[in-house]
Design a protein. Structure first.
Lengths: 294, 294
DNA sequence: CTGTTAGCGCGTTCAC
DNA sequence: GTGAACGCGCTAACAG
């Protein structure tokens, strides 16, 4: 019985029904939400998804290998910092690239305002009476990380609080550039040790917050009674008792980015690159969860 | 500047550096663990992953569309029930297929013993002194679901408990064949209403358990003090206070399945189909978590 | 309406 | 050593 060969067919009719997505650890909750959005669009349009997992280390190498294996038509590059060299290589592919999480003049990009998001989270904690707020950061000085720290600082200073460097703690493991569950766990242990009077913690990623919960559990602390926890990125807050989160609807971003990429593939005669900035939103599980009186 | 064309290259050298995975909702935690294993193998071998998301409804149609778009070399079909018709179609592809979660004589398959897994979970609850145990089931009579119910029944009967049909509750939404978060949430609400004296609940999936946690939170119940919760599938138990789970190391299964598929692609002269049965293991967060005295 | 052929972009082979 | 021709499996265009 006859069955078509996808490869040959694609080659012949120059139609691929496939877009490529490259991202670090596509199984993390944050990227997962993004993928949900991407998949939603692709399903509606009978496209398949070619995934390049950049992993947590040697990301550039993984991306290069992927690209040298041959370009698919269209690349969605997510959560990967771009520089001159990479921008040149991507342009040389002659096939459209859409960026998520980073921006570059030559490409369509979907980014969010980390500084504003972090600020809103910490402001919320302050407004709810928390007198001792710590932050979990990644041990790596990425742009994302620095923006989120800046947001923390802004919130503290605008509220007339003194900003202490020591209240911002990094984990040691440095998996996934320091945004891992292990890093969050490690950082929270340090916080409990160095700042036992802490009433609220703002974590720089969702997985860090999850790791922090483990550390709290081990220490016999309750959330949010003993410590309130807010994480950055796309935690489904309903899943975690007392854990709030600031996020930027990654599903919508994924959908929009996939759509944009497919439009570029269809008609290359469209407009110039578009930069979309998403405003992060703080999602509080229950307003009472973060209230603090003492 | 020159850049290779993946499609043409694949066609020319009959080497694809790609395997296809078809599964329902690849963003659910269970499938996610599986994908982690698959990705681990693929990364080691410089292969990419073509994902066909079967979605939660019209799965057959989605699979057919994917196959008719043209077979890639090698398909990993996960969590999709197989019948005569489908088996014939897959054989006709002339390219190796590996099944995960279901079995069929003609194909390599990786399955697990749902009945034994469910039984071990419920037996554990009984041994820890729970006098009223309910189960959350999917509203659909899949083979998987019936096995898990049978395991529940075995445990109860072997312990000399009376088995009550009414203690097994299904959610109404029926998303993802009834294994969804929403179904778990709905079923748990019913349990709280119908069986307020419940001390432990065994959920048929990880996501159901997550939904059940939401319902418990809303009702002001604590885990595991008020109700102990055990979920089936691959929850990272550390992430959820008091939530244990029975699982079958999906990561290892994914790794093994991907490896098997790639071996089939390399040398078609290997042995006949292999059926691997994984023994599920109960992972208890802390042994004290499930203890009950009253 | 059916059968034949050219060519998609590459790797490989074979001739030079 | 370098270069031209062929074929991977298919679709599209074209001829009968």
């Amino acid at each position: 019985m006859y069955h078509p060969n996808r490869t040959a067919r694609s080659l012949a009719q120059q139609e691929f029904h496939t877009i490529a997505v490259a991202l670090p650890s596509f199984t993390a909750p944050f990227q997962n939400e993004l993928l949900k959005g991407i998949r939603a669009y692709l399903r509606e349009n009978d496209q398949d998804l070619l995934i390049c997992d950049l992993g947590s280390s040697n990301q550039e190498k993984a991306l290069h290998k992927f690209l040298s294996r041959g370009a698919v038509r269209g690349l969605l590059l997510c959560g990967f910092p771009i520089d001159d060299k990479l921008a040149g290589e991507l342009s040389a592919l002659q096939s459209p690239t859409v960026l998520v999480g980073y921006t570059w003049p030559a490409f369509d990009s979907y980014i969010w305002d980390d500084e504003a998001g972090a600020e809103s989270a910490v402001t919320h904690l302050i407004e709810n009476g928390h007198h001792k707020i710590c932050m979990i950061r990644s041990g790596v000085d990425s742009e994302i990380q620095l923006s989120r720290i800046q947001g923390f600082r802004n919130a503290m200073e605008r509220a007339g609080r003194k900003f202490e460097e020591s209240s911002i703690v990094a984990g040691k493991p440095l998996y996934h550039s320091g945004f891992s569950e292990e890093d969050g766990y490690d950082a929270m242990k340090t916080i409990l040790e160095l700042h036992p009077d802490t009433t609220a913690v703002f974590a720089s990623s969702d997985v860090q917050a999850i790791g922090a919960i483990s550390a709290l559990n081990e220490a016999g602390k309750q959330m949010p009674t003993d410590i309130a926890l807010v994480g950055y990125d796309d935690i489904k807050t309903s899943r975690f008792v007392g854990l709030s989160s600031v996020h930027q609807s990654m599903q919508k971003i994924g959908y929009a980015a996939a759509k944009k990429l497919c439009e570029r593939l269809d008609g290359p005669s469209s407009d110039g690159p578009e930069q979309v900035v998403i405003e992060p939103k703080l999602e509080v599980r229950a307003s009472s969860d973060l209230k603090r009186s003492n």
